[in-house]
Design a protein around this ligand. Structure first.
Ligand code: FUC
Length: 810
């Protein structure tokens, strides 16, 4: 059914699509990648490939998104809640925060598991001509990575419709000679089958400790059934001309004109609640099914279907940030950015963020983890898990605004799983109803605090506010789509559970106001009045913000659906008693309920500013005093060296966008490219002397760029709210605003010249023109449309679904 739809919808152009030879949507290089972090990523949400582009050796590093260590287990700590009353006494009465930290550690469970690499496919070529004119590239518009030199050409893509990785190799004059081998850093063995297929079978470890946790035996394999997950990868070679032979565990292609390699993979994952494994036969059958079906297709049909499927998502948004267009290879462009204007590099970075989301998160797959789906290591940084105190959420910041709402779906599936497991943790750790999730989770949807029963720092391990933060994604998806079915069946039940937990968590402070305790400002610590360092306190600003938000949204959702009036009343009463936000001695938005001295004033986390972004409680016009206080906090953080990781920088850019400071936002983007971006435009995170890849900054910065061009969080659609002077002329097409509206905007000399709105739901909107401009007319087709001006400069209009509206400005 799905396949038929794709075939029918193939645009003629897709069939002839040729890889781009440069231009605005291509990352390109004139040398092979030396490191994994130079290679180019491809993916279909489930299968991932990093293409190295070597001359005589090619490496495709492969991933499958359900291949994780471990299995579901009991991770709730039955003794956890025994400590809660004493922790609260220590914080709220004794104000002995350091002692509270020690007890918090006793509420922890085990560390969670690690995302695993699948395999490496290795090609060794012989008899190649001397390489001249070498080039490798990744065309974001076709999602094809190519390598070419001296008439030799390879192109690789990962097809979503056909669920295979495809590499095609062509060479002049029938001269292709190469071997293919497959191996994996995970325990496994490879064989050949039928003379043209390589098969790798393995089993993931039963346990992998996080890379930051020092233990004598961090990777533990176990042959017992279910103690770890089986997997299989298959690679089949179809040669044109010449011959393919199995030879000492490898395949050898000799004298071919061209060859196509198809790769498929499957694992024994049966869902987060079930112990793996499927039988080896069932896994093999799943991997074979896709491979055999793909092998019956001509290469061009696979390629055309892949391109059409990708472009259906990718081409919804285009961004042109004006001239000049650099001719340099991408790595050099990146280095030159500081000295030489190159606005289109930021357009490329933005589109790369959208590309990476399409490649790592599709309906039915796992959500994008810390590295999307690309990981070469058995002990990847921070387990390549979902870190839920910013990173997992940041991955999805661009999903709605950048018109990839269906790529948001895997996150909703994750949230529903957490809501299920999190009920037990709420009961075990706090004796509460509803659901809770702490700061890390994995394929098995662990919701308990990590830390190996007391060895983790409570600063991060005991933070317990992932549930309300995740629920913001469900609510936002509703605001963007106005999909009531989604609200009824998926969002509301989960939101209600998170609100129930938060309601139960609230306790009175000394002034009788409701607060959270213990409370952690994500990963940050303060200096106690007696000079100690501590993490646990009560009512951190972020907790208050998340509680306010989940209560407010749940009340609104319940009222829209006409349900749970009594529960809503309880939430409203609690809201009216909630401890307030405060400003500190420096005019900053206070991070903790007391104006504690910070241990690290330039800390990368800035969670107290949540209500500015991604929340929407603080707005420049609606709550100017809080917008100003948040701005002061941001300035203080940046002055003290903050935003030193890619994701933190991306967050700071989004803050500046929400503060409508285009120049500052652009400064942040320039720093992001200079300090936190690798040659393949992967976002980086400092690690010891070097850096590692972490994908959140890619997504966060793409979302921030969208936020510079269009905002719709403050009850109005604001066009070009933070356009920087570096982008005087340009256009954006296909961004999305809340209310289910697609929007195009064109500007010149820093002023909007036209815009188009395409609502898919009927409803009222308020529209705000860019600073110092006015909306002169709204035209539906050719007929003028009546406008009602509103105090404060925005105008109101009622838009009808399916119509197009053109805006003119003065
Ligand atoms: C949190 C952050 C780190 C890193 C890690 C994955 O611990 O504080 O900077 O992003 O998650």
């Amino acid at each position: 059914m799905k396949r038929r739809r794709f075939l029918a919808s193939l645009p003629a152009a897709a069939l002839d699509a040729q890889p781009a030879q440069g231009g605005e949507l291509v990352l390109w290089y004139n040398a092979p990648s030396k490191l994994w972090t130079d290679a180019l990523p491809l993916g279909n949400g489930r299968l991932g490939a990093m293409v190295f582009g070597g001359v005589s050796s090619e490496r495709l590093q492969l991933n499958e998104d359900t291949l994780w260590s471990g299995f579901p287990k009991i991770w709730n700590n039955p003794k956890a809640k025994d400590h809660l009353a004493e922790i609260r006494r220590l914080v709220l009465e004794a104000e002995d925060y350091a002692a509270a930290d020690k007890l918090c550690a006793k509420m922890q469970g085990p560390y969670n598991q690690s995302y695993q690499p699948l395999a490496d496919l290795r090609l060794e070529f012989s008899g190649l001509p001397a390489p001249s004119g070498y080039r490798r590239d990744l065309d974001l518009d076709t999602a094809i990575a190519s390598v070419s030199f001296s008439g030799h050409r390879r192109e690789t893509f990962v097809s979503a419709p056909d669920q295979v990785i495809v590499t095609r190799i062509t060479a002049p004059a029938g001269s292709l000679n190469f071997t293919i081998a497959i191996d994996s850093p995970v325990r496994s063995a490879s064989t050949t089958e039928g003379g043209d297929t390589l098969v790798l079978r393995g089993k993931a470890p039963a346990h992998v400790d996080p890379n930051y946790y020092r233990t004598p035996n961090p990777i533990r394999y176990d042959d017992t059934e279910g103690m770890g997950m089986r997997f299989e990868a298959r690679a089949k070679v179809l040669a044109e001309g010449g011959a393919v032979k199995a030879d000492a565990g490898k395949l050898r292609v000799e004298g071919a004109r061209a060859a196509t390699i198809l790769i498929s993979a499957a694992t024994g994952f049966r869902g987060f609640k079930r112990v793996p494994d499927l039988s080896a036969e069932a896994i093999s059958a799943a991997a074979r099914k896709h491979l055999d079906a793909a092998a019956r297709q001509p290469y061009n049909a696979l390629k055309a279907r892949h391109i059409a499927d990708h472009q259906r998502l990718f081409r919804r948004v285009s961004l042109d940030l004006g001239k000049p267009v650099s001719e340099l290879p991408t790595g050099e462009r990146l280095k030159a950015f500081k000295a030489q204007p190159d606005p289109q590099l930021l357009a490329l970075y933005f589109q790369y963020g959208r590309y990476l989301l399409i490649a790592s998160s599709r309906p039915g797959t796992q959500p994008a983890n810390l590295q999307g789906i690309w990981n070469e290591s058995v002990r990847p940084p921070w387990s390549s898990n979902w870190t839920t105190n910013i990173n997992a959420q940041m991955n999805y910041w661009p999903a709605e605004t950048c018109n990839l709402a269906e790529c948001h779906e895997p996150l909703f599936d994750l949230i529903e799983g957490l809501a299920e497991n999190g009920r037990n943790t709420a009961e075990f750790n706090y004796g509460l109803k509803g659901w809770v999730c702490h700061h890390n989770t994995d394929l098995w949807r662990q919701t308990a605090p990590v830390g190996d029963y007391g060895k983790g720092s409570p600063t991060w391990a005991n933070w317990n506010m992932a549930a309300p933060w995740f629920c913001a994604h469900l609510w936002e998806h509703f605001l963007f789509s106005r999909d009531t079915e989604f609200l009824i069946h998926r969002a509301y039940p989960v939101m209600k559970g998170a609100a129930e937990f938060c309601l139960g968590l609230l306790v009175p402070d000394k002034q009788g106001r409701l607060t959270t305790c213990p409370s952690f400002s994500t990963e940050n610590v303060f200096i106690t009045p007696d000079g100690k360092t501590a993490a646990a306190s009560a009512g951190c600003t972020m907790d208050l913000a998340l509680v306010r938000e989940i209560f407010t949204n749940t009340i609104e959702a319940a009222s829209l659906l006409g349900v749970d009036a009594e529960f809503s009343q309880q939430l409203s009463t609690a809201l009216s008693k909630l401890a307030p936000y405060q400003t500190g001695a420096r005019g900053q938005l206070q991070e903790w309920s007391k104006d504690f001295k910070e241990r690290e004033p330039g800390h990368r986390h800035m969670s107290h500013m949540y209500p500015l972004y991604p929340g929407s409680e603080f707005t420049v016009r609606g709550t100017p005093q809080w917008a100003q206080a948040a701005r002061r906090s941001l300035e203080l953080r940046l002055e003290a060296g903050g935003a030193y990781t890619g994701w933190s920088r991306a967050w700071s850019i989004a803050f500046w966008a929400r503060l409508e400071e285009g120049t500052k936002a652009h400064e942040g983007l320039a720093k992001l490219l200079e300090l936190s971006t690798g040659p393949n435009l992967f976002d980086t995170h400092p690690a010891g002397q070097g850096w590692i890849f972490q994908i959140d900054g890619n997504f966060g910065a793409a979302a921030a760029i969208a936020e510079m061009l269009l905002q719709s969080h403050a009850g109005e659609i604001h066009l070009l709210p933070a356009l920087p002077p570096q982008w005087p002329t340009g256009s954006v097409k296909g961004l999305r605003a809340r209310g289910s509206i697609e929007i195009d905007i064109a500007w010149s000399a820093g002023k909007a010249i036209s815009a188009e709105l395409r609502p898919s739901k009927t409803g009222p909107v308020s529209l705000r023109a860019p600073r110092n401009q006015r909306i002169k007319a709204v035209l539906a087709g050719t007929s003028p449309f009546s406008l009602s001006p509103r105090p404060g400069g925005s105008i109101e209009a009622r838009l009808l679904a399916g119509r197009k509206y053109r805006l003119e400005f003065s």
